[in-house]
Design a protein around this ligand. Structure first.
Ligand code: GLC
Length: 431
């Protein structure tokens, strides 16, 4: 029976479980698999018929992982400022990166690598105090008892062959049990739920199974909505998303996996800009890298992670453990707030040429400083009139020498919890 106290309790449990995720702000996504060898679309290249399945499988030969260095990967991720990582344990092509007992299409039995990829990476993440996220594709287009094979070739319909579908359910849920036993992930990142509905996937059962094993595990929403947080993909939400917990997953160029011919990288500045928009709206960024078939991370991607890392470390107080910021009318840029809402962080792009403006701040400002740099800043309030509680416009003087090369962050220590003026201007007319 539903009771108010029960629902308050479950909200508390949810908040406690989600807290590390909410505080983390940045995760690194890793797409690594057979597709990294030729540098073609992950799984989709054969599904959509750009290459035959047979030729796609030939990439097992080139999947050597000979320069795979899980410790260096984890250290680079740490250096970027990320607090968690999500790696593809198995993409839609069905190629598993661990020693699964369910079939032999995996990096130990079916590829030149002949090794378990996940085990050493998971332990390197944990050694670096990073949370472990495992991406798992529900569809497995190579598996003999899965319904879909390619875009225009379906093996069977569930209605016609329920037993065959049951074989698949046993297979995929067995793999998930293995992942849970071997790695006890902090986060499961499902993908591909669009091919079947919740009943067909047995989504509630899978959720229950995983949470029975680890009540603190977080699930993304792509388990037919039986997850804990929303996953907008590529497109940065323009208006703040409705969901309490969300994560934007985004590529650095235009591809998830390694593609030699994709040079369309976002600049570090652009990535920082998108990241600050994300945290300003209360979300996380899951930024993707795509290692090559031999395990090398492309140098463009290493460079972005390193530059990004310098910036996140310098500005950590404005990032981690903060909450989303204030409405845009008050400041034309991204903002975050300390959890107790007494410090407001302003993210300033480029050179403001002297002044940064904030409107309608009712609080008194006790101190303003440049985050990660320390200089104290002066400010002046204009347009405040004695006959109205309209608080005026605050101009903060920002000398050029304090500016960060990528994005400057300014902290405002307020005299209490932030209080914003949301009424009309200083009204004088009587009604
Ligand atoms: C999509 C694609 C997939 C990619 C994923 C990452 O769902 O199917 O290839 O791995 O997005 O979010």
């Amino acid at each position: 029976m539903f009771s108010w106290s029960q629902s308050v309790d479950s909200l508390k449990v949810e908040q406690e479980k989600m807290q590390w995720f909410k505080d983390a702000k940045l995760g690194i996504f890793i797409h690594w698999g057979l597709y990294s060898v030729n540098g073609i679309d992950e799984s989709w290249s054969f599904f959509n018929g750009y290459i035959s399945h047979k030729d796609y499988l030939k990439q097992t030969k080139g999947f050597t992982a000979k320069n795979y260095n899980p410790v260096a990967w984890a250290e680079l991720i740490k250096k970027s400022g990320a607090k968690y990582s999500v790696i593809t344990s198995k993409h839609h092509d069905g190629f598993a990166l661990w020693d699964t007992k369910y079939g032999n299409f995996n990096s130990v039995d079916a590829a030149t690598s002949k090794k378990d990829i996940l085990t050493p990476f998971v332990s390197a993440l944990r050694k670096n105090n990073l949370k472990v996220g495992i991406y798992y594709s529900l569809p497995d287009w190579s598996y003999k008892d899965y319904t879909h094979f390619t875009r225009d070739s379906i093996r069977y319909n569930i209605q016609d062959k329920p037993k065959r579908w049951q074989n698949f359910l046993n297979y995929y849920q067995g793999q998930l049990k293995e992942i849970s036993d071997n790695y006890n992930p902090d986060l499961y990142w499902f993908d591909g739920d669009w091919e079947h509905n919740s009943d067909e996937w047995e989504a509630p059962k899978v959720r229950k199974m995983l949470l029975d094993r680890n009540p603190n595990a977080i699930l993304n929403s792509r388990l037919s909505e039986h997850g804990d947080y929303a996953t907008p993909e590529q497109g940065m939400p323009i208006t703040p998303p409705k969901s309490k917990y969300w994560e934007l997953c985004m590529t650095m160029n235009d591809s998830w996996g390694y593609q030699k011919n994709d040079h369309n990288y976002k600049t570090t500045d652009q990535i920082i800009g998108i990241f600050t928009d994300v945290i300003s709206n209360g979300g996380n960024l899951l930024l993707d890298i795509g290692p090559k078939g031999d395990g090398t991370i492309p140098k463009e991607q290493v460079k972005i992670l390193e530059e990004f890392g310098e910036w996140t470390h310098k500005h950590k107080e404005a990032i981690y453990g903060t909450i989303g910021g204030i409405p845009k009318e008050h400041f034309y840029g991204p903002t975050t707030l300390s959890k107790d809402k007494t410090i407001l962080y302003l993210f300033v792009k480029g050179n403001p040429k002297g002044e940064v403006v904030i409107r309608g701040l009712k609080n008194k400002i006790n101190r303003i400083w440049v985050v990660g740099e320390g200089t104290k800043l002066a400010h002046k309030v204009v347009s405040k009139v004695y006959w109205s509680h309209y608080p005026g416009i605050t101009y903060i003087q920002v000398p050029e020498y304090v500016l960060d090369n990528h994005m400057t962050v300014i902290a405002l220590l307020l005299d209490g919890v932030i209080d914003l003026y949301r009424e009309d201007g200083a009204v004088i007319e009587s009604n």
